[in-house]
Design a protein around this ligand. Structure first.
Ligand SMILES: Cc1ncc(COP(=O)(O)O)c(C=O)c1O
Length: 435
Protein backbone atom coordinates (compact mmCIF):
# COMPACT_ATOMS: atom_id res chain seq x y z
CA UNK A 1 0.00 0.00 0.00
CA UNK A 2 1.46 3.40 -0.89
CA UNK A 3 2.11 5.94 1.85
CA UNK A 4 -0.26 8.79 2.50
CA UNK A 5 2.46 11.36 2.20
CA UNK A 6 3.83 12.95 -0.94
CA UNK A 7 7.04 14.24 0.70
CA UNK A 8 7.94 16.50 -2.14
CA UNK A 9 10.11 18.60 0.18
CA UNK A 10 11.64 15.94 2.41
CA UNK A 11 15.25 16.80 1.66
CA UNK A 12 16.60 15.24 4.89
CA UNK A 13 19.76 16.38 6.69
CA UNK A 14 21.25 18.54 3.97
CA UNK A 15 23.29 21.71 4.51
CA UNK A 16 20.44 23.71 3.01
CA UNK A 17 17.14 21.94 3.60
CA UNK A 18 13.82 22.75 2.04
CA UNK A 19 11.15 22.51 4.71
CA UNK A 20 7.73 21.10 3.86
CA UNK A 21 5.99 23.65 6.08
CA UNK A 22 6.39 27.27 4.96
CA UNK A 23 5.11 29.10 8.01
CA UNK A 24 4.42 27.17 11.18
CA UNK A 25 2.22 28.10 14.13
CA UNK A 26 3.76 30.24 16.87
CA UNK A 27 2.83 30.61 20.55
CA UNK A 28 0.37 33.39 19.90
CA UNK A 29 -1.36 31.33 17.18
CA UNK A 30 -1.48 28.30 19.47
CA UNK A 31 -3.11 30.33 22.21
CA UNK A 32 -5.80 31.42 19.76
CA UNK A 33 -6.32 27.77 18.76
CA UNK A 34 -6.69 26.74 22.43
CA UNK A 35 -9.13 29.60 23.01
CA UNK A 36 -11.10 28.49 19.98
CA UNK A 37 -11.30 24.85 21.05
CA UNK A 38 -11.93 25.71 24.73
CA UNK A 39 -14.08 28.81 24.68
CA UNK A 40 -15.02 30.83 27.74
CA UNK A 41 -15.04 34.20 29.44
CA UNK A 42 -14.71 35.86 32.82
CA UNK A 43 -11.82 36.47 35.21
CA UNK A 44 -11.29 32.80 36.11
CA UNK A 45 -11.14 31.80 32.44
CA UNK A 46 -8.73 34.65 31.69
CA UNK A 47 -6.50 33.56 34.57
CA UNK A 48 -6.48 29.95 33.36
CA UNK A 49 -5.59 31.11 29.83
CA UNK A 50 -2.75 33.26 31.18
CA UNK A 51 -1.40 30.24 33.10
CA UNK A 52 -1.60 28.05 30.00
CA UNK A 53 0.17 30.73 27.98
CA UNK A 54 3.09 30.72 30.41
CA UNK A 55 3.37 26.97 30.02
CA UNK A 56 3.02 27.07 26.23
CA UNK A 57 5.83 29.65 26.12
CA UNK A 58 7.96 27.26 28.16
CA UNK A 59 6.99 24.34 25.87
CA UNK A 60 8.03 26.43 22.89
CA UNK A 61 11.61 26.53 24.17
CA UNK A 62 11.60 22.73 24.69
CA UNK A 63 9.92 21.50 21.51
CA UNK A 64 10.13 21.54 17.75
CA UNK A 65 7.15 22.16 15.49
CA UNK A 66 5.78 19.46 13.20
CA UNK A 67 7.67 19.13 9.93
CA UNK A 68 4.54 18.37 7.96
CA UNK A 69 0.99 19.66 8.13
CA UNK A 70 -0.59 17.73 5.24
CA UNK A 71 -0.62 14.05 4.17
CA UNK A 72 1.94 12.74 6.64
CA UNK A 73 2.18 10.18 9.41
CA UNK A 74 -0.96 11.39 11.24
CA UNK A 75 -3.06 10.87 8.12
CA UNK A 76 -1.53 7.40 7.77
CA UNK A 77 -2.26 6.61 11.41
CA UNK A 78 -5.90 7.62 10.96
CA UNK A 79 -6.12 5.34 7.94
CA UNK A 80 -4.57 2.47 9.89
CA UNK A 81 -7.00 3.04 12.76
CA UNK A 82 -9.87 3.01 10.28
CA UNK A 83 -8.55 -0.14 8.59
CA UNK A 84 -8.28 -1.97 11.91
CA UNK A 85 -11.74 -0.82 12.95
CA UNK A 86 -13.45 -1.66 9.66
CA UNK A 87 -11.44 -4.75 8.74
CA UNK A 88 -10.26 -3.41 5.37
CA UNK A 89 -6.91 -2.28 3.99
CA UNK A 90 -8.18 0.44 1.67
CA UNK A 91 -9.13 3.33 4.00
CA UNK A 92 -8.19 6.61 2.36
CA UNK A 93 -8.64 9.79 4.35
CA UNK A 94 -10.11 12.47 2.10
CA UNK A 95 -11.52 15.97 2.56
CA UNK A 96 -15.09 14.75 3.06
CA UNK A 97 -17.41 11.88 2.22
CA UNK A 98 -18.45 13.64 -0.99
CA UNK A 99 -14.85 13.42 -2.26
CA UNK A 100 -14.91 9.67 -1.64
CA UNK A 101 -18.13 9.42 -3.67
CA UNK A 102 -16.46 11.30 -6.53
CA UNK A 103 -13.62 8.80 -6.70
CA UNK A 104 -16.16 5.97 -6.98
CA UNK A 105 -18.24 7.81 -9.60
CA UNK A 106 -15.11 8.53 -11.61
CA UNK A 107 -14.04 4.89 -11.37
CA UNK A 108 -17.44 4.00 -12.83
CA UNK A 109 -16.64 6.31 -15.78
CA UNK A 110 -20.03 7.90 -15.32
CA UNK A 111 -21.13 9.83 -18.40
CA UNK A 112 -24.15 11.96 -19.33
CA UNK A 113 -27.17 9.71 -19.74
CA UNK A 114 -25.82 6.89 -17.56
CA UNK A 115 -28.28 6.06 -14.79
CA UNK A 116 -27.56 6.10 -11.07
CA UNK A 117 -30.13 4.81 -8.59
CA UNK A 118 -30.19 6.79 -5.33
CA UNK A 119 -32.76 6.72 -2.53
CA UNK A 120 -35.47 9.38 -2.73
CA UNK A 121 -34.59 10.51 0.80
CA UNK A 122 -30.97 11.43 1.46
CA UNK A 123 -28.61 14.42 1.56
CA UNK A 124 -27.71 16.30 -1.63
CA UNK A 125 -24.10 15.01 -1.40
CA UNK A 126 -25.21 11.54 -2.50
CA UNK A 127 -26.27 12.77 -5.92
CA UNK A 128 -24.23 15.97 -6.44
CA UNK A 129 -21.57 14.49 -8.74
CA UNK A 130 -23.92 12.56 -11.09
CA UNK A 131 -26.19 15.62 -11.23
CA UNK A 132 -23.23 17.89 -12.03
CA UNK A 133 -22.09 15.83 -15.03
CA UNK A 134 -25.53 15.18 -16.52
CA UNK A 135 -25.87 11.54 -15.51
CA UNK A 136 -29.51 10.57 -14.96
CA UNK A 137 -30.61 10.15 -11.37
CA UNK A 138 -33.28 7.56 -10.75
CA UNK A 139 -34.94 7.84 -7.36
CA UNK A 140 -35.72 4.61 -5.56
CA UNK A 141 -38.61 4.70 -3.13
CA UNK A 142 -37.92 4.10 0.54
CA UNK A 143 -38.83 1.46 3.07
CA UNK A 144 -41.65 2.83 5.27
CA UNK A 145 -40.05 1.58 8.50
CA UNK A 146 -36.36 2.41 8.05
CA UNK A 147 -36.77 5.18 5.40
CA UNK A 148 -33.77 3.55 3.67
CA UNK A 149 -33.73 2.67 -0.03
CA UNK A 150 -36.22 -0.13 -0.76
CA UNK A 151 -34.43 -2.95 -2.66
CA UNK A 152 -37.72 -4.04 -4.28
CA UNK A 153 -38.11 -0.60 -5.86
CA UNK A 154 -34.46 -0.61 -6.94
CA UNK A 155 -35.17 -3.88 -8.76
CA UNK A 156 -38.11 -2.23 -10.57
CA UNK A 157 -36.01 0.78 -11.62
CA UNK A 158 -32.93 -0.96 -13.04
CA UNK A 159 -32.52 -0.50 -16.81
CA UNK A 160 -29.72 -1.41 -19.25
CA UNK A 161 -28.35 2.10 -18.60
CA UNK A 162 -28.00 1.67 -14.82
CA UNK A 163 -24.33 2.02 -13.91
CA UNK A 164 -24.48 2.48 -10.16
CA UNK A 165 -26.69 1.89 -7.15
CA UNK A 166 -26.04 4.11 -4.13
CA UNK A 167 -27.60 2.77 -0.93
CA UNK A 168 -27.51 5.33 1.92
CA UNK A 169 -27.46 4.05 5.52
CA UNK A 170 -29.68 6.87 6.74
CA UNK A 171 -29.21 7.81 10.38
CA UNK A 172 -26.67 4.98 10.60
CA UNK A 173 -29.33 2.29 10.12
CA UNK A 174 -27.93 -0.32 7.68
CA UNK A 175 -29.64 -0.72 4.32
CA UNK A 176 -30.70 -4.28 3.50
CA UNK A 177 -27.55 -4.88 1.44
CA UNK A 178 -27.97 -8.54 0.38
CA UNK A 179 -30.71 -7.94 -2.21
CA UNK A 180 -28.93 -4.79 -3.44
CA UNK A 181 -25.66 -6.69 -3.96
CA UNK A 182 -27.50 -9.53 -5.63
CA UNK A 183 -29.16 -7.17 -8.11
CA UNK A 184 -25.87 -5.39 -8.74
CA UNK A 185 -23.97 -8.60 -9.45
CA UNK A 186 -26.74 -9.87 -11.70
CA UNK A 187 -26.74 -6.70 -13.81
CA UNK A 188 -23.02 -5.81 -13.59
CA UNK A 189 -23.71 -2.59 -11.68
CA UNK A 190 -21.32 -0.93 -9.23
CA UNK A 191 -22.50 -0.32 -5.66
CA UNK A 192 -21.35 2.78 -3.79
CA UNK A 193 -22.38 2.79 -0.13
CA UNK A 194 -23.12 6.26 1.23
CA UNK A 195 -21.98 5.39 4.73
CA UNK A 196 -21.76 9.03 5.83
CA UNK A 197 -23.72 8.29 9.03
CA UNK A 198 -22.64 4.73 9.51
CA UNK A 199 -19.05 4.45 10.74
CA UNK A 200 -19.27 1.36 12.95
CA UNK A 201 -22.69 0.08 11.85
CA UNK A 202 -22.88 -3.67 11.16
CA UNK A 203 -24.90 -5.65 8.63
CA UNK A 204 -24.94 -9.44 9.04
CA UNK A 205 -21.58 -9.51 10.78
CA UNK A 206 -19.88 -7.10 8.37
CA UNK A 207 -19.05 -3.46 8.95
CA UNK A 208 -21.21 -1.25 6.76
CA UNK A 209 -18.99 0.38 4.14
CA UNK A 210 -17.12 -2.86 3.42
CA UNK A 211 -19.92 -4.54 1.48
CA UNK A 212 -20.33 -2.58 -1.76
CA UNK A 213 -17.64 -1.89 -4.36
CA UNK A 214 -16.95 1.53 -2.83
CA UNK A 215 -18.03 3.40 0.28
CA UNK A 216 -17.44 6.72 1.94
CA UNK A 217 -17.89 7.78 5.58
CA UNK A 218 -18.28 11.36 6.78
CA UNK A 219 -16.56 13.03 9.71
CA UNK A 220 -18.24 16.38 9.22
CA UNK A 221 -18.81 18.12 12.55
CA UNK A 222 -22.40 16.88 13.03
CA UNK A 223 -21.49 13.19 12.63
CA UNK A 224 -20.95 10.77 15.54
CA UNK A 225 -17.21 11.42 15.34
CA UNK A 226 -15.32 14.17 13.53
CA UNK A 227 -11.91 15.20 12.21
CA UNK A 228 -11.89 18.84 13.34
CA UNK A 229 -15.08 19.57 11.47
CA UNK A 230 -14.53 17.91 8.09
CA UNK A 231 -13.20 14.64 6.73
CA UNK A 232 -14.11 11.42 5.00
CA UNK A 233 -12.81 7.87 4.81
CA UNK A 234 -13.20 6.27 1.39
CA UNK A 235 -12.92 2.49 1.01
CA UNK A 236 -13.10 0.01 -1.82
CA UNK A 237 -13.61 -3.70 -2.32
CA UNK A 238 -12.27 -3.68 -5.87
CA UNK A 239 -9.30 -6.09 -5.64
CA UNK A 240 -5.98 -4.23 -5.71
CA UNK A 241 -7.61 -0.82 -5.93
CA UNK A 242 -6.69 0.45 -2.43
CA UNK A 243 -3.41 1.81 -3.71
CA UNK A 244 -5.14 3.72 -6.47
CA UNK A 245 -7.50 5.28 -3.92
CA UNK A 246 -4.49 6.98 -2.32
CA UNK A 247 -3.33 8.24 -5.68
CA UNK A 248 -6.87 9.32 -6.58
CA UNK A 249 -6.71 11.62 -3.56
CA UNK A 250 -3.80 13.57 -4.99
CA UNK A 251 -3.95 14.07 -8.76
CA UNK A 252 -2.85 10.51 -9.56
CA UNK A 253 0.77 11.29 -8.63
CA UNK A 254 3.14 8.33 -8.71
CA UNK A 255 6.27 8.78 -6.59
CA UNK A 256 7.43 5.23 -7.19
CA UNK A 257 8.09 5.81 -10.84
CA UNK A 258 9.26 9.39 -11.55
CA UNK A 259 9.66 10.73 -15.07
CA UNK A 260 13.13 11.74 -16.23
CA UNK A 261 14.66 14.63 -14.25
CA UNK A 262 11.58 15.08 -12.10
CA UNK A 263 10.32 13.91 -8.69
CA UNK A 264 7.26 11.97 -9.72
CA UNK A 265 4.99 10.96 -12.53
CA UNK A 266 1.29 11.72 -12.87
CA UNK A 267 -0.94 9.14 -14.48
CA UNK A 268 -4.62 8.71 -15.13
CA UNK A 269 -6.10 6.07 -12.85
CA UNK A 270 -7.79 2.90 -13.99
CA UNK A 271 -11.57 3.13 -14.17
CA UNK A 272 -14.03 0.34 -14.80
CA UNK A 273 -13.83 0.76 -18.56
CA UNK A 274 -11.30 3.53 -19.18
CA UNK A 275 -8.81 5.68 -17.21
CA UNK A 276 -9.87 8.89 -15.46
CA UNK A 277 -8.03 11.99 -14.25
CA UNK A 278 -7.84 12.55 -10.50
CA UNK A 279 -7.96 15.86 -8.61
CA UNK A 280 -7.04 16.91 -5.05
CA UNK A 281 -8.82 15.78 -1.86
CA UNK A 282 -5.83 15.96 0.53
CA UNK A 283 -6.32 16.08 4.29
CA UNK A 284 -4.21 17.64 7.01
CA UNK A 285 -2.17 16.10 9.80
CA UNK A 286 -4.25 17.79 12.47
CA UNK A 287 -7.39 16.27 10.93
CA UNK A 288 -5.65 12.88 10.92
CA UNK A 289 -4.83 13.22 14.59
CA UNK A 290 -8.36 14.39 15.38
CA UNK A 291 -9.86 11.41 13.57
CA UNK A 292 -7.58 8.80 15.21
CA UNK A 293 -8.45 10.13 18.65
CA UNK A 294 -12.18 9.90 18.02
CA UNK A 295 -12.09 6.49 16.30
CA UNK A 296 -10.77 5.16 19.61
CA UNK A 297 -14.01 6.07 21.35
CA UNK A 298 -16.43 5.35 18.53
CA UNK A 299 -17.82 2.18 20.14
CA UNK A 300 -18.47 4.00 23.43
CA UNK A 301 -20.23 6.80 21.56
CA UNK A 302 -22.46 4.34 19.69
CA UNK A 303 -23.28 2.59 22.99
CA UNK A 304 -24.23 5.88 24.63
CA UNK A 305 -26.43 6.86 21.71
CA UNK A 306 -28.06 3.44 21.78
CA UNK A 307 -28.79 3.81 25.49
CA UNK A 308 -30.49 7.15 24.83
CA UNK A 309 -32.54 5.66 21.97
CA UNK A 310 -33.57 2.69 24.11
CA UNK A 311 -34.61 5.04 26.89
CA UNK A 312 -36.74 7.15 24.54
CA UNK A 313 -38.32 3.96 23.21
CA UNK A 314 -39.15 2.81 26.73
CA UNK A 315 -40.91 6.11 27.38
CA UNK A 316 -42.68 6.47 24.01
CA UNK A 317 -43.89 2.89 23.60
CA UNK A 318 -46.85 3.63 25.88
CA UNK A 319 -48.68 5.37 23.02
CA UNK A 320 -49.42 3.01 20.08
CA UNK A 321 -49.60 5.97 17.67
CA UNK A 322 -45.84 6.45 18.13
CA UNK A 323 -43.45 4.23 16.18
CA UNK A 324 -40.09 4.07 17.93
CA UNK A 325 -36.55 3.85 16.56
CA UNK A 326 -35.64 0.27 15.64
CA UNK A 327 -32.75 -0.68 17.93
CA UNK A 328 -31.44 -3.43 15.64
CA UNK A 329 -30.71 -7.08 16.33
CA UNK A 330 -28.03 -9.73 15.78
CA UNK A 331 -27.83 -8.87 12.09
CA UNK A 332 -28.42 -5.14 12.16
CA UNK A 333 -26.38 -2.85 14.40
CA UNK A 334 -27.02 0.85 13.74
CA UNK A 335 -24.82 3.77 14.83
CA UNK A 336 -27.81 5.75 16.19
CA UNK A 337 -26.69 8.89 14.42
CA UNK A 338 -30.29 10.12 14.53
CA UNK A 339 -33.40 9.02 16.38
CA UNK A 340 -36.10 8.26 13.80
CA UNK A 341 -39.46 9.25 15.31
CA UNK A 342 -42.48 8.15 13.34
CA UNK A 343 -46.19 8.36 13.99
CA UNK A 344 -49.22 6.63 12.58
CA UNK A 345 -51.29 9.68 11.52
CA UNK A 346 -54.59 7.82 11.83
CA UNK A 347 -53.97 6.73 15.38
CA UNK A 348 -52.28 10.03 16.32
CA UNK A 349 -55.18 12.17 15.15
CA UNK A 350 -52.90 14.26 12.94
CA UNK A 351 -49.74 14.10 10.88
CA UNK A 352 -46.10 14.74 11.64
CA UNK A 353 -46.37 18.40 10.58
CA UNK A 354 -48.80 18.96 13.43
CA UNK A 355 -46.53 17.14 15.87
CA UNK A 356 -43.43 19.00 14.67
CA UNK A 357 -45.20 22.31 15.31
CA UNK A 358 -46.23 21.29 18.82
CA UNK A 359 -42.71 20.05 19.65
CA UNK A 360 -41.18 23.28 18.38
CA UNK A 361 -43.59 25.26 20.59
CA UNK A 362 -42.42 23.19 23.57
CA UNK A 363 -38.79 23.95 22.71
CA UNK A 364 -37.92 20.47 21.46
CA UNK A 365 -35.57 20.51 18.50
CA UNK A 366 -36.68 18.10 15.83
CA UNK A 367 -35.50 18.15 12.26
CA UNK A 368 -36.51 15.70 9.55
CA UNK A 369 -32.90 15.70 8.42
CA UNK A 370 -33.48 14.61 4.87
CA UNK A 371 -36.28 15.29 2.44
CA UNK A 372 -37.18 14.16 -1.07
CA UNK A 373 -34.14 15.03 -3.20
CA UNK A 374 -36.25 15.58 -6.27
CA UNK A 375 -37.95 18.56 -4.59
CA UNK A 376 -34.79 20.70 -4.65
CA UNK A 377 -34.80 23.45 -7.24
CA UNK A 378 -31.42 22.28 -8.54
CA UNK A 379 -33.03 19.02 -9.65
CA UNK A 380 -35.71 20.92 -11.53
CA UNK A 381 -33.06 23.23 -13.03
CA UNK A 382 -31.30 20.14 -14.36
CA UNK A 383 -34.49 19.10 -16.16
CA UNK A 384 -36.25 16.79 -13.71
CA UNK A 385 -39.99 16.98 -13.02
CA UNK A 386 -40.58 16.67 -9.28
CA UNK A 387 -44.28 15.83 -9.48
CA UNK A 388 -43.70 13.08 -12.01
CA UNK A 389 -40.91 11.59 -9.89
CA UNK A 390 -43.09 11.86 -6.77
CA UNK A 391 -45.60 9.52 -8.41
CA UNK A 392 -42.86 6.86 -8.53
CA UNK A 393 -41.96 7.36 -4.86
CA UNK A 394 -45.29 7.18 -2.98
CA UNK A 395 -43.78 5.89 0.27
CA UNK A 396 -41.27 8.74 0.33
CA UNK A 397 -44.08 11.26 -0.09
CA UNK A 398 -46.13 9.63 2.66
CA UNK A 399 -43.35 9.27 5.24
CA UNK A 400 -41.77 12.66 4.64
CA UNK A 401 -44.94 14.75 4.69
CA UNK A 402 -46.96 12.75 7.21
CA UNK A 403 -44.92 10.38 9.33
CA UNK A 404 -41.33 11.08 10.34
CA UNK A 405 -38.99 13.52 11.94
CA UNK A 406 -35.59 13.11 13.62
CA UNK A 407 -34.67 13.81 17.21
CA UNK A 408 -31.26 14.49 18.77
CA UNK A 409 -29.69 11.65 20.79
CA UNK A 410 -26.30 12.78 22.01
CA UNK A 411 -25.01 15.16 24.62
CA UNK A 412 -28.40 15.40 26.32
CA UNK A 413 -28.90 15.23 30.08
CA UNK A 414 -31.37 12.77 31.59
CA UNK A 415 -33.60 15.77 32.28
CA UNK A 416 -33.52 16.80 28.62
CA UNK A 417 -34.30 13.26 27.47
CA UNK A 418 -37.25 13.14 29.86
CA UNK A 419 -38.44 16.57 28.77
CA UNK A 420 -38.32 15.44 25.14
CA UNK A 421 -40.20 12.20 25.89
CA UNK A 422 -42.82 14.08 27.93
CA UNK A 423 -43.25 16.68 25.19
CA UNK A 424 -43.81 14.00 22.54
CA UNK A 425 -46.27 12.06 24.68
CA UNK A 426 -48.19 15.21 25.65
CA UNK A 427 -48.27 16.51 22.09
CA UNK A 428 -49.55 13.25 20.62
CA UNK A 429 -52.14 13.01 23.41
CA UNK A 430 -53.30 16.56 22.55
CA UNK A 431 -53.62 15.59 18.90
CA UNK A 432 -55.57 12.48 19.83
CA UNK A 433 -57.89 14.67 21.92
CA UNK A 434 -58.43 16.91 18.89
CA UNK A 435 -56.56 19.87 20.42
C1 LIG B 1 -26.43 11.04 3.85
C2 LIG B 1 -25.21 11.89 3.67
N1 LIG B 1 -24.38 11.62 2.65
C3 LIG B 1 -23.27 12.34 2.45
C4 LIG B 1 -22.94 13.38 3.26
C5 LIG B 1 -21.74 14.21 2.91
O1 LIG B 1 -20.73 14.13 3.83
P1 LIG B 1 -19.55 15.19 3.74
O2 LIG B 1 -20.07 16.48 4.28
O3 LIG B 1 -18.47 14.59 4.59
O4 LIG B 1 -19.16 15.29 2.32
C6 LIG B 1 -23.74 13.70 4.33
C7 LIG B 1 -23.39 14.82 5.23
O5 LIG B 1 -24.13 15.32 6.00
C8 LIG B 1 -24.93 12.95 4.53
O6 LIG B 1 -25.77 13.26 5.52
Amino acid sequence: MSKATDFRYNTGATRVPWAAVGENYNVSDLMEIIKFLMQGEGPEYDAAIAAVKTQVEKLDTLSTPPGKLSLGSKVEEAEEASNTYLGTDSSTFVTNATAGFEIAYKYANLKPGDEVIVPAITFIATMAYPLSIGAKLVFADVDPVTINMDPADVARKITPKTKMIVPVHIGGYPVDMDPIMELARKHNILVLEDAAHAFGAMYKGKKVGTIGDFASFSFHEVKNITAFGEGGIATTNIPGYGNYMKRARFFGTDFSNPIRNWLYDVTALPGKEEPFVAVNYSTTEIQGLGLSLQIERNEDIIAERKRAAAYLNSRLASNPAILCQDLGNENIKPTFHLYLLQIDPEKAGGDIQMLKKKLAEKGVTNIPHFGPLYRFRVTEQMGYNADEIAKTCPVCEEVFYKRFTHLPLYGLTQEQLDYMADAILESVAEMQAGK
